[in-house]
Design a binder for this molecule. Structure first.
Ligand code: GLA
Ligand code: ZN
Length: 673
């Protein structure tokens, strides 16, 4: 069993992607000196270095990498070593042009960027394995080696290729997955529009079609593309395990849907030794720290609750969004330690030294163009010291209060074409439900719909269109045994083949919710409906309404206008020892807050009423103790109640009663006892 934490790293990870090949060797000495000054403990090296490591087919040049790794080792900096297989060299593509991926409309991409890979291509597979073997043979037992970093961000920028090799590979995958072509016809419902196949050789990837293609085919192609990419990861991983025993293997995930939506991280989480993640703030005007918390919680959940590692984030602005604001003073530390609070064993960045050339020269880094006399550098030094003082938290686990059901496959299915309303955005619902929980200071685990939910007093299901029958039974059992469930509309509608569950909607959930839905009735753009509650108060919904028929559930809120006027909008169903809530419209933030409030009451979750919503409080606990993280995202000083006295690790001061947390600051208290 390979270890799951970076070998030989005795502190939290602090550092970043280090690309010394972009600089003359004379700069390297200054790099390691400044790394030591900043408290860097680990760097990621070699991720894009294939063209340098193998300048011609089968000819390797490891001299420069030997010197880099040697220098890092002499300076006590651990190495996260990349396999460079995301960046095949120009000579490789000229010899094997078919390794370049093809889009659904038949365009073949060109060399000159990165990640242009057809993962079915046999020449790519052979070359990637060969360079991985060479690297593992050379550095597999190097004393500086802490972690293997396979490839880079599988799934982006190309999530699927539609070429002829992929077509052949898809047919093999279909035969393995479905057995017979008749089973494929059945799963995809090819009786519709005369799409029936009589042999596997007739089946192609879902390439461009005149109008909407078969949804079952499109969904299976997403599964196939994900599985195909994963085959290439596990092949490299197995080489590394064989030639470099004892060194954990990872690949950097991007769990945030806004950053990668084509990878089923539930499946990938089981394949890596250590879950690592990259996260960048999406600066679209929403509260970025909420989006960060959600991604960190999701990453921890993919790791099964175990510690994970933030392998990349940014010190300040990025360069790939329409507008790339700098981070405010203190925001970098709040971001880094926000990830740590939610289970990361450190905080790493893209990248160490800001590039002078290439596509990412305007992306912030630990060491900016302006050098050490800069705000970013001073904050990096300060953060390095903070991270160092948090060493005792290693190995502890974040405590969660509630769970949200999450499934990438459901996400893929929901986003296929021709749905009742294009205004229904499942990601928006997930984000908004998460935000409602965040605002109540509830820490959220994400759970696969078929996972054991018994540890959670509250489970929310914001938008889970695809649910298997097994998932339906799972949530029913959860409620019967005393759980509180909250389900939002258009959940539990189809099975794993995107076929509507037999009978009335929502097939997978109607028993547990105690209702059926006769018809969906999405609203027009900007149309709103009013809902009235038992005490005469009002809520507002938009985007979606439904004709709900209670069959055991009680009506709590009723539509006051629109086509569904007089019918149930929000229902509550006591079942066994638990309760299941259902909401059939898109509630705004105020409505969601009310709904989550009632459900939290049913679940016996007491609100932390005396904290402002943007003061984040999260706990990690384990063998070394219990640690309370308080992150003040507001512009005002605040005080966070402590259940027992303790020692604040960043200042070294004793803390008791109410812990002062200055505006924009982070505090971490190790509670006594
Ligand atoms: C990704 C990549 C990095 C870099 C950053 C920039 O996360 O892994 O190589 O491009 O984005 O934000
Ligand atoms: Zn291909």
């Amino acid at each position: 069993m390979p270890d799951t934490s970076p070998r030989g790293l005795t502190r939290l990870a602090f550092g970043g992607d280090y690309n010394p090949e972009q600089w003359p060797e004379s700069v390297w000495q200054e790099d390691v000196r400044l790394m030591r000054e900043a408290g860097v403990t680990m760097v990621s090296v070699g991720i894009f270095s294939w063209a340098l490591l193998e300048p011609a087919p089968g000819e390797y040049d490891f001299g420069w990498l030997d010197r880099v790794i040697g220098l890092l080792h002499e300076n006590g900096i651990r190495v996260d070593l990349g396999t460079p297989t995301v960046a095949p060299p120009a000579w490789f593509y000229r010899a094997h042009p078919e390794a370049l991926p093809v889009t659904a409309d038949g365009t073949r991409y060109e060399f000159g960027s990165r990640g242009a890979i057809c993962h079915s291509n046999a020449d790519y597979r052979a070359a990637a394995r060969a360079v991985t073997v060479k690297l593992a043979e050379r550095y597999g037992d190097h004393p500086a080696l802490a972690l293997w970093h396979v490839h880079n961000e599988y799934g982006v920028p190309v999530s699927a290729c539609y070429c002829d090799s992929c077509a052949a590979h898809f047919r093999r995958w279909l035969a393995r997955t479905h057995g017979t072509v008749e089973a494929v016809n059945e799963a995809w419902g090819t009786a519709f529009w005369g799409q029936r196949y009589t042999g596997f050789e007739q089946i192609n990837p879902p390439r461009a079609t005149p109008t909407v293609g078969n949804p079952g085919q499109a969904l299976d192609y997403k599964r196939f593309a994900d599985a195909t990419i994963r085959e290439n990861f596990t092949a490299e991983r197995d080489i590394l395990h064989r030639l470099s025993p004892g060194v954990p293997v990872t690949t950097n995930f991007m769990t945030a849907l806004s950053q990668c939506d084509s990878i089923d991280y539930w499946a990938w989480g089981r394949e890596v030794d250590l879950v690592t993640n990259d996260h960048y703030l999406i600066t679209d005007g929403r509260r970025t720290h909420v989006n960060l918390a959600m991604a960190a919680d999701l990453t921890r959940s993919v790791a099964g609750g175990a510690p994970w590692l933030l392998l990349e984030h940014s010190t300040s602005g990025v360069n790939w969004q329409p507008r790339n604001p700098a981070k405010a003073p203190g925001q970098m530390a709040r971001n880094s330690l926000g990830h740590v609070a939610r289970g990361s064993e450190g905080a790493m960045f893209f990248q160490w030294r800001q590039s002078r050339r290439g596509a990412e020269k305007f992306h912030s880094s630990m060491l900016p163009h302006g050098g050490t006399d800069t705000r970013v550098w001073r904050e990096v030094i300060e953060l390095g010291a903070s991270v160092e003082s948090l060493s005792p938290i290693r190995g502890t686990r974040t405590e969660a209060d509630a769970a949200m059901l999450w499934d990438w496959q459901s996400w893929w299915a929901q986003n296929l074409s021709w749905r009742p309303s294009e205004d229904h955005d499942p990601r928006e619902r997930a984000d908004s439900f998460y935000e409602a929980l965040y605002d109540r200071h509830l820490t959220v685990d994400f759970a696969h719909p078929e996972a054991d939910l018994s540890a959670y007093p509250l489970v929310v299901v914001p938008a889970l269109y695809l649910m298997t029958e097994a998932a339906g039974h799972n949530v029913r059992e959860y409620v019967e045994n005393g759980g509180t469930l909250v389900v939002s509309y258009f959940s539990g509608i189809v099975d794993e083949h995107d076929a509507v569950h037999e009978g009335a909607y929502p097939g997978a959930l109607r028993d547990v919710l105690g209702l059926t839905v006769e018809e969906f009735s999405p609203l027009l753009k900007d149309e709103r409906v009013r809902l009235t509650g038992p005490d005469g108060s009002e809520l507002t919904g938009d985007v979606w309404t439904e004709f709900v028929v209670p069959r055991g559930a009680e009506t709590v809120w009723t539509y006051a206008d629109g086509l569904t006027a007089g019918r149930p909008a929000v229902t509550r169903h006591p079942l066994g020892h638990g309760t299941a809530w259902y909401v059939s419209t898109r509630l705004d933030a105020q409505g969601l807050d009310a709904l989550i409030g009632w459900a939290a009451d049913d679940a016996g979750l007491a609100p932390r009423a005396d904290l402002p919503r943007d003061v984040e409080v999260v706990r990690r606990s384990g063998a070394s103790g219990t640690y309370l993280f308080a992150i003040n995202h507001t512009a005002g000083d605040t005080k966070v109640p402590l259940e027992s006295p303790g020692t604040e690790l960043l200042t070294g001061e004793r803390a008791a009663g109410r812990l002062p947390v200055p505006a924009g600051a982070v505090r971490v208290v190790r509670l006594d006892g």
